[in-house]
Design a protein around this ligand. Sequence first.
Ligand code: DAS
Length: 329
Amino acid sequence: MLSTGGTIASVYDPESGGFAPALSGEQLVHAVPGLDTLARVEVVQVANVASTNMTPALWMQVVRAAESALARPDVAGVVVTHGTDTLEETAYFLDLTLPSGKPSVLVGAQRAASEPDADGPRNLRDAVLTAVAPQSRGMGTLVVLNGEIHAAREVTKTNTLNVSTFLTPEFGALGTIEPDGVRYYRAPLRRQHVSVAPGATLGRVEIVTNYAGADGRVVRGLLDRSGLDGLVVEASGVGNLAEALFEALVEVRALGIPVVISTRVHAGRTLPLYAGRGSGISLRDIGCVFADNLPPHKARVLLLAALTHTKDTDELRRIFSGSDAPGTG
Ligand code: DAS
C-alpha cells in the first residue's frame, strides 16, 4: 500500500477549522478491523498531501514505488491511498505506465478519518480485496470507492460531497464488491501502455478552455513564457472553438508545439466534423490532435507521457487513437 494523503488520511484541525492530511498509511491500515485476515499489507508512505498538491514528479515516485512492489513475487497487487480531487489523473498515469498483469488500485474517501461515519476504512478494505482478487489481473489500474470498481481511463469524480462520487458515466462500473467478494461484469478494452523511462522528466503541458468570447489572450500569455511543451484545449461540443482562440492556436502550432483537442462535454469523442476557422476541420488542418473521449485533464496525462517519446503529429495521433507509443507494448 502506497500512502499519499487526501481526505482518507485527513482529520479535523480545530485551529484552522478544516480538514487536513495527518494520518500515516500505517494508521489507515490499523483503522480497518480484520484487514490482516484478507492480506499481508506492507505500507510505503510516498507523501501526505491533499491531492490538489499532487504533481507529475510525485506520479513518477508513485509509479517507481509501485513498479518495485509489483516486481516482487510475493506481492499480488498495489493499493494507492489518495485524495479524491485529482485521483483520476494519478490513476490514469499509473494505468498508462505500469506493466499490465498485477492490479494497482486507487482508493480515497469523501469523509475525513475523524468523521464518525468515515467511508475510508470500508473503501480501503474493498481496495485490498480488489488488489488480491485473481480476477483483477490484467484489468490495469482500478479505482475503488463506495463498493464499485472503475477503470482508470474512464472514471471521473462526479459529486463534490456524496460518497457515491466516482462513476463511469458513459460505460458504467467494471464491477462491484459484494458481501461474498469481488465481482466483475466487464473489462476495460481501451487500455494502452506508454512507457515513461525512470529518469524522464515530464514536460509542461497546460490546459486552456473555450467559452463564449474566448479571445486567445490566455494562450498568447502562455507563449510569452518559455517552456511550453504542449497544450490541451477544452473545446466545446465535438471539438469546436471561438475563431479568436483558434487564431492564437495557429501561432502555437507555428512553433511546433503539440495541441490536443478535448471537450468540455462530459461524454463522447472530439472529431473534425465542422468547417470554418475554429471548427474541427480547421484544427485538424493545422495539426491538432483529437483526444478521442478523454477529458482535458486525462488528455494532458496522456500527452505528458507521449511527449517523452515524440512530438510528431502523426505519432501523437496514433497514440491518441489508442495505439501504444513507439518501442513499447
Ligand atoms: N482533500 C481533497 C484531496 O486530497 C479531497 C479528498 O481527498 O477527497 O483531494
